[in-house]
Design a protein around this ligand. Structure first.
Ligand code: ADP
Ligand code: MG
Length: 196
């Protein structure tokens, strides 16, 4: 699914990390934990091909990514529902798939709202729903639960684990909460341990 060997990256002259290794099996869901600024978001962007590495190899065995960015990137001129429709790959069962994704993130009542009418946590949940209808085989989830209260984090992390498990999708979840990591992931990976 993914094989990273000896990966190094710098922004201009500023090194972020060197000699990183990570292997992800098909269907495996991991939680990636580490202090702010260690390079977690940078690593996800490298995996997605939005940045390119200075050194090392990154073998990609996935066919489609679903990426939830740390900053929600919704189209401001579209409603929540229209944001989901915009990434649909097929029209088959579109209505049900959208309804199901919105139900999973507890946004069924907000389908017709525009992003500016949503709180920060709701925007991230809408991004998560959009990733779900986008149906990648690898999900990159950059702190999607950060601004949610405890109850929602619990509900959504469990529902998401079940749904990705049912689909057999792989995922890398970046989180600062050990409880979310345990609920969601098969394996917890500490960023520092990738350098060994
Ligand atoms: P994390 O997601 O683990 O908090 P990031 O990957 O966002 O960390 O950032 C890693 C380091 O790279 C930080 O020191 C950050 O300030 C720096 N950084 C992040 N994005 C950029 C950028 N676009 N240009 C220059 N430096 C950056
Ligand atoms: Mg980050």
């Amino acid at each position: 699914m993914l094989n990273i060997e000896n990966l190094s990256f710098s922004y201009d002259q500023k090194p972020v990390f060197t000699g990183l290794n990570l292997t992800l099996s098909p269907g495996e869901r991991i939680a990636l934990m580490g202090p702010s600024g260690c390079g977690k978001s940078t690593l996800l962007q490298l995996i997605a091909g939005l940045l390119s590495a200075k050194e090392g190899t990154l073998q990609k065995g996935y066919s489609k990514l679903s990426y939830v960015f740390q900053e929600p990137r919704l189209f401001p001129w579209l409603t929540v529902k229209q944001n989901l429709e915009a990434v649909l790959t097929s029209k088959e069962d579109a209505t049900e798939r959208i309804a199901e994704a919105l139900r999973l993130v507890r946004l069924s009542d907000s389908a017709d709202l525009y992003p500016e009418e949503l709180s920060g946590g709701m925007k991230i949940r809408a991004s998560l729903a959009r990733a779900l209808v986008n149906q990648g085989d690898l999900f990159l989830l950059d702190e999607p639960f950060a601004s949610l209260d405890l109850e929602l984090r619990e509900e959504i992390s469990i529902a998401l684990r079940k749904e990705l498990g049912r689909r057999g999708s792989s995922a890398i979840l970046v989180t600062h909460h050990l409880e979310d990591a345990k609920r969601f992931a098969d394996r917890i990976v500490l960023f520092d341990d990738l350098k060994k």
